[in-house]
Design a protein around this ligand. Structure first.
Ligand SMILES: [Cu+2]
Length: 623
């Protein structure tokens, strides 16, 4: 057991104090340096009627389990995409397929979205999400803005440090915030250091089948893994992740996990790990291929870093990685080249938990300490390679040069930014132009809606030498992180094409039918403006008759192959809800346990006769 002293360090006390009382920067925001552009702030964010935004922001929704899409620079919310939580507005989690995908869970905690990449650039095809609450990973198709697959990741707990994809989407890595016993068996916390592990999972994605898979896992030391980033170009085979609680504390974490002056950045070569798996250098843990770094040497190294770092971010050129101190007021720039040389020459400062530790001074390039800038969390980049770091405690963005350490500009934000996001900011070629501060608190900015205020996002023009806050908008809770992609990279479909292989789909009115197999009833119906047809030959084609206790499948196809004509389907008092987008087929599966007469209707406004789009679901009582 580690001995601990219940005295918070000065920095920790400052951190706590600053989260309670926030300085008011509103005056200095107004007097920020004037941009060289002649446009007013209002003109810069105004997108006229009929015009579209230049960028789209995909923001995680934290414990809402959802994804929010905003246009930039207008900051208009375009869409809510449910991923880990059911959503009655779209029927997500109610129809057979999405209900199965949610796996019985009713919520998720979504932190860091990651858009799929080609050559280190967002390719606009897919977006990956992870759920800290229930240890899941998901993928959303950007052709339809719908969630396509969710998998449960065994042996792990809370993949906070995810998901960041490698430069050609070979892998997405899911290191965890919490450590658990291997195989997640019962194990008293007194055995934490010996039996617990912080497991990192390497996932692959099959684009054709739209399925996620677990390739292998790594049993890392029982520390907390906070954030990660994949290498680029010369560091493309590598990835980095930040750690805290290398103290291996098991209680009163706010003090005990902040004792050591240094934690680590974990540096690993994913090609070497994949090679180990190929050579059988792993152990089977509950059907997963688990690599133990203390047994299989190579591929994983530790780099000491200022205590309790949060973000670790790779520069767009792939040459450096930057750790942000959180509890230390500095950004530390490390060199991949220096790290590779030290690894090649085996210049290690011993081992920790069986993993070689690199010498800080041999890998570190510079420490950057802007005066009174406190709580650095996360760094983004512009088109000129300049870095922008969020300062959680001093509530500001600091612009600086990672090659020289020069601090170039600072701008206050309201308040306490966690992450920030730049246009194409995680790619090998960021665009500059915009940076958005994702603020944890808005305090006095908007209408008070009770003790809990809205979160906020602030749009910052970074096209000039000086940053300028040009807009502030309330945000759906809680954007932990976001990615901002060029609008022209998004290519959605207009309607779902006919799928001749789908046995549940019906495209002609004359093919509609209700089929009974024992106590199973299958309805093959269509929705069209402005009616439902379940059996075109019946006296009332919009009526469904079943017996109490029947197991019912309602397969519904929207045959309005017309953009934006979406139908919904609900049965009054049956707590059933489904959406069918143009051309789409969906299924509701349920047991007709309540006898009686139940109106059914279209929930999604579809035509002038939408109100007439209804029918009846009759359940004959058991004799
Ligand atoms: Cu309708």
């Amino acid at each position: 057991m580690k001995k601990w002293v219940p005295i918070a360090t000065g920095l920790l006390a400052g951190f706590v104090a600053a989260t309670i009382s926030f300085a008011d920067f509103s005056h200095s925001t107004k007097t920020a340096a004037i941009d060289s552009s002649t446009k007013s702030d209002a003109e810069k964010v105004y997108v006229p009627l009929g015009k579209k935004d230049d960028y789209y922001l995909f923001a995680s929704g934290g414990h809402s389990g959802q994804l929010f899409v905003y246009g930039v620079p207008s900051m208009r919310q375009i869409r809510t995409v449910p991923i880990f939580s059911p959503d009655s507005a779209t029927g997500y989690g109610y129809d057979k397929e999405t209900k199965k995908m949610l796996g019985g869970y009713t919520w998720g905690d979504f932190h860091h979205p990651a858009i799929s990449e080609t050559n280190g650039d967002y390719n606009g095809k897919f977006l990956f999400a992870t759920d800290v609450a229930n240890s899941r990973a998901a993928v959303m198709d950007l052709k339809t803005f719908t969630t396509k697959d969710i998998i449960k990741v065994p042996n792990t707990s809370g993949p906070h440090c995810a998901a960041f994809v490698t430069q050609n989407t070979e892998y997405l890595f899911l290191p965890t915030r919490f450590s658990v016993p291997v195989g997640q068996k019962y194990e008293p916390l007194d055995n934490y250091s010996k039996k617990y592990r912080g497991v990192m999972s390497a996932l692959t994605f099959d684009q054709k089948k739209e399925k996620l898979n677990i390739a292998y896992q790594v049993a890392l030391p029982p520390w907390s893994y906070d954030l990660s980033d994949a290498g680029k170009k010369e560091s493309g085979d590598w990835a980095v992740m930040s750690t805290y609680n290398t103290e291996e504390a098991t209680t009163t974490m706010e003090i005990n996990a902040s004792q050591a002056d240094r934690d680590y950045i974990v540096l690993f070569n994913w090609k070497e790990l994949a090679k180990m798996v190929k050579e059988g250098k792993y152990e089977d843990v509950g059907g997963q291929k688990m690599i133990y770094p203390e047994k299989q040497k190579g591929g994983i190294y530790l780099v000491p870093v200022a205590k309790s770092p949060h973000g670790v971010d790779v520069t767009p050129d792939g040459k450096q990685f930057i750790a942000s101190g959180k509890l230390a007021p500095s950004m530390t720039v490390f060199s991949f080249k220096k790290a590779f040389e030290a690894i090649k020459n085996k210049e290690f400062a011993g081992e920790r938990n069986g993993i070689p530790v690199l010498q800080y001074k041999k890998v570190m390039e510079r420490e950057v300490n802007p005066e009174n800038a406190l709580g650095p969390l996360h760094t983004q980049f512009d088109d000129k390679g300049m870095a922008y770091t969020t300062m959680f405690i001093s509530s500001e963005i600091v612009k600086w040069n990672p090659k020289t350490g020069d601090v170039l500009d600072r701008v206050p934000v309201q308040y306490s930014p966690g992450h920030s996001v730049a246009a194409e900011g995680d790619t090998a070629s960021p665009d500059g132009k915009y940076l958005i501060a994702l603020n944890k608190l808005s305090k006095d900015t908007y209408l008070s809606v009770g003790p809990s205020h809205p979160e906020s996002m602030q749009l910052i023009d970074i096209s000039g030498k000086k940053m300028r806050v040009i807009d502030t908008v309330p945000a759906n809770p809680e954007p932990h992180y976001a990615q901002m992609i060029k609008a022209d990279k998004i290519h959605t479909i207009n309607v779902y094409p006919k799928d001749p292989t789908n046995k549940d789909a019906v495209y002609k009115q004359s093919d509609t039918k209700i089929v009974r197999k024992g106590n199973e009833v299958h309805v093959y119906g269509i929705a069209m403006r402005s009616r439902f047809i379940f059996d075109s030959k019946a006296k009332r084609p919009d009526e469904i008759n079943v017996n109490q206790g029947d197991h019912v499948f309602i397969h519904l196809t929207n045959i309005d192959f017309d953009e934006d004509i979406t139908h919904g389907f609900a049965i009054n008092q049956y707590d059933l809800d489904m959406e069918v987008q143009p051309g789409q087929t969906n299924t509701l599966e349920f047991t007709a346990d309540k006898a009686g007469t139940f109106p059914l209707y279209c929930t999604n406004f579809c035509s002038a006769l939408h109100q007439e789009m209804n029918g009846y679901f009759l359940v004959k009582p058991k004799q």
